[in-house]
Design a protein around this ligand. Structure first.
Ligand code: ADP
Ligand code: ZN
Length: 701
């Protein structure tokens, strides 16, 4: 009988965590009772521990089937870093290596063995209940042709339950839909598996959608506010990834492109660099990130609109696996929607795909909490707003846009429904370009009636008119804007139209982001120093940096500053082995940081004190120390208050001191300097006021 306290002890010593998340504990207990189990949890939810922790309690091995070889090495590294013996088997290993794996299994020297489904047939000899006590099937949706990532090699897995009927099978996936769930259980022959389905809400990911104007500039600014953070930018085409990475580099941002057109080696190298924090930013087509289990991706940007919400959700899910605040930014462009529609038109299954694209578009244009839309898409009904999306933080302001709507619709009417959005806006704004003149549009009655509204705002308003059905895009006629039956109501029947004010995108609202920015921006913060130390150790050990400690753990080290083994072990993410292997170096770094900080502060005023005692003037001290005179005065004031032998009186004459004393009474002991400066009619300098107040404070007058 395994008790809760045993589970918690193992959770701490081998994984470094103090408590279970969500349903982890129930799942683990179910597995330890040898029941078949289905685990549905979003990416980053914490699936791995669900089978890795029980593995420690089984006498034999837990066999883990995983589709991606790259991921396997990572997971095995991660386990080893936590002091859990684990290994993997694949067909590219030498005979000797493979034999070593078999020996380790037969001798029960490892707790977990990872293998790709293709390689299972090589393991015939050890597929026996004597050796294998549990089977975990990661990315289990790959078995189902209903899923979005079907892999034929997963089809053969049903034989596992048949040949090892006593061994519990655990299927894990982040794919939610019902059809796929049923299919997984059927295909794996585990119809009675206990199901654990977690919420899909990833609260730590802030959601934001912006119009796609000046995307590159917006992205540059976004990144500049987040120095040293890892992020992924998803683009629609290979070319776009390269162009964007190039532009970012021109702006001094270290970014690489990743797409299917690169050679295998190039892709592997880029992925490796990203995992190891050698490069922070990747511009990628959707292929990137599939097998990456990097916990400190801080943000994901969609340069282009995704095809559907499933894809969008999966991609943003690659951010913030460590549970720290992360950001998902989507650029919404009408041109993208039009392009995606054209892609869809040439494929099968057109209707379904169009409907999915429509849902995506509705999400991007939403004026209600975006997380609620997202979760309801996955069948989770929530009745509160999330507070962590742009709509919640900055609710749209509606105003009476009837006149704007009338102008826009009459322009579309005058243009006979033949022109796309760009030309409609040009006409409204009275643009004098060649194509307008060619068609004589400057003669139209509506030409220039909207010149007071910027191009961008017009775009914003037109999109809303389309969404509200007052006009439409004729996709089959070069995307011309046309009137609808609703238009008449606005044009002739006096119907009112509500529009939202365009949001100013340059300023960033979320307080959380500002806080992280401040912290990470300070180059010599403790976090930065710990991050560098982590990077150095990762290089030496040739493993991914986040496998040593996650960002969340570094943050806690920064705030708690542990200096003893016990204190260090109390940090979330620190287990016994990590304490033993890394504790020393990290505590050294923390101690030296604290020491330097103390020394740094003392030094600076004491240095001034020394020079003062040697009878240098304020001006001379300032020059010698390369500091401003004001700073020297503030040092002296501080030393004076500390009781050091400083004669401040010699820097101020008695009359001035009296004036300040008088002001102090009138101003009722005000401490800010400006009121004094003004009260004394700007005749006494700030420096003199500061000195005067210091003297008065010391003497308590
Ligand atoms: P998934 O496989 O579901 O995408 P992981 O198993 O990779 O997620 O876990 C995501 C992150 O959460 C990892 O960094 C993991 O160490 C961390 N984690 C898992 N369980 C806990 C827990 N109980 N407390 C704190 N962190 C946890
Ligand atoms: Zn919200």
């Amino acid at each position: 009988m395994i008790l809760e306290k045993d589970l918690l002890a193992r959770l701490k010593s081998n994984f470094g965590y103090d408590s279970f998340r969500l349903e982890q504990q129930k799942i683990i207990e179910n597995i330890l009772s040898k029941n078949d189990t289905l685990v549905i949890m979003p990416t980053g939810g914490g699936k791995s521990i669900c089978f890795q922790l029980p593995a420690l309690f089984f006498e034999g091995i837990t066999l883990v089937i995983s589709p991606l070889i790259a991921l396997m090495k990572d997971q095995v590294d991660s386990l080893k870093a936590n002091g859990i013996p684990a290994t993997y088997f694949n067909s590219s290993q030498s005979d000797e290596e493979q034999k070593a794996v078999f020996d380790a299994v037969v001798n029960k020297e490892v707790k977990l063995l990872y293998v790709a489904p293709e390689s299972l047939s090589f393991l015939q000899n050890i597929l026996h209940q004597n050796y294998i006590n549990c089977i975990a099937i990661d990315e289990a949706h790959c078995i189902s042709s209903w899923g979005h990532d079907f892999r034929p090699s997963y089809k053969q897995l049903a034989f596992l339950k048949k040949s090892l009927p006593e061994v519990p099978v655990v299927a894990l996936t982040a794919t939610a839909d019902k059809a796929t769930q049923e299919d997984i259980l059927e295909q794996l022959a585990i119809p009675n598996a206990t199901r654990f389905i977690s919420s899909f809400n990833r609260e730590n990911i802030a959601l934001e959608v912006r119009p796609a104007n000046d995307r590159v500039q917006q992205i540059v600014k976004f990144i500049e506010r987040r120095p040293n953070e890892s992020g992924i930018i998803y683009c629609l085409s290979r070319k776009a990834t390269e162009q964007l990475a190039g532009k970012l580099r021109q702006n001094g941002i270290d970014a690489l492109a990743y797409h299917a057109g690169l050679s295998f080696d190039e892709r592997a190298k880029t992925q490796e660099d990203f995992i190891k924090d050698d490069v922070q930013i990747i511009c990628a087509t959707i292929a990137f990130g599939m097998g990456i289990d990097k916990s400190n991706v801080r943000w994901v940007i969609h340069y282009n609109m995704p095809k559907n919400i499933e894809g969008y959700y999966q991609e943003i899910g690659r951010a913030g696996r460590d549970g720290l605040a992360s950001h998902a930014l989507l650029f919404h462009s009408y041109a993208d929607v039009i392009q995606l529609r054209q892609f869809i038109a040439n494929t099968g299954n057109q209707e379904v795909q169009e409907a999915k694209l429509d849902r995506m578009k509705q999400f991007a244009e939403a004026t209600v909490c975006r997380r609620r839309i997202l979760l309801s898409y996955f069948g989770e009904l929530v009745d509160t707003n999330c507070g962590n999306c742009d709509v919640c933080k900055n609710p749209p302001q509606f105003f009476d846009g009837t006149v704007i709507a009338q102008k826009a619709l009459s322009a579309i009417y005058r243009l006979k429904g033949k022109e796309a959005m760009g030309t409609v806006i040009d006409v409204l704004r009275g643009a004098n370009n060649a194509s307008i003149h060619e068609k004589n549009y400057q003669q139209l009655k509506t030409f220039g009636v909207g010149s007071d509204i910027s191009w961008r705002d017009w775009q914003h308003y037109l999109i809303q008119l389309i969404n509200q059905g007052f006009c439409q895009i004729a996709f089959h006629l070069n995307n011309a804007l046309q009137l609808t039956s609703f238009s008449e109501k606005v044009l002739f029947q006096g119907e009112k139209v509500q529009l939202t004010t365009p949001v100013e995108v340059t300023k960033e609202t979320p307080a959380k982001v500002k806080a992280t920015k401040k912290k990470s921006a300070t180059k010599d913060s403790l976090f930065e120093r710990l991050r560098k130390l982590r990077y150095r150790i990762a290089q030496e050990e040739d493993i991914a940096a986040y496998l040593i400690f996650s960002d969340a753990t570094l943050r806690e080290l920064e705030t708690q500053r542990p200096q003893t083994d016990d204190e260090f072990l109390a940090i979330s993410g620190v287990g016994q082995r990590k304490l033993e292997v890394y504790g020393g170096e990290f505590m050294e770094e923390i101690k030296s940081f604290i020491k330097e900080k103390k020394k740094g502060k003392k030094d600076t005023t004491l240095e001034t004190y020394k020079l003062y005692q040697e009878d240098f003037t304020i001006e001379e001290i300032a020059i010698k120390r390369g500091l401003k005179e004001q700073t020297i005065f503030s040092h002296l004031a501080k030393l004076y208050l500390e009781g050091k032998d400083i004669n401040l009186d010699k820097f101020i004459d008695v009359n001035t001191l009296k004036l300040i004393q008088n002001a102090k009474k009138v101003l009722q002991n005000e401490t800010a300097l400006k009121p004094y400066f003004e009260f004394l009619e700007e005749k006494v300098s700030y420096e003199q006021i500061r000195i005067g107040l210091t003297i008065l404070q010391k003497k308590s007058i």
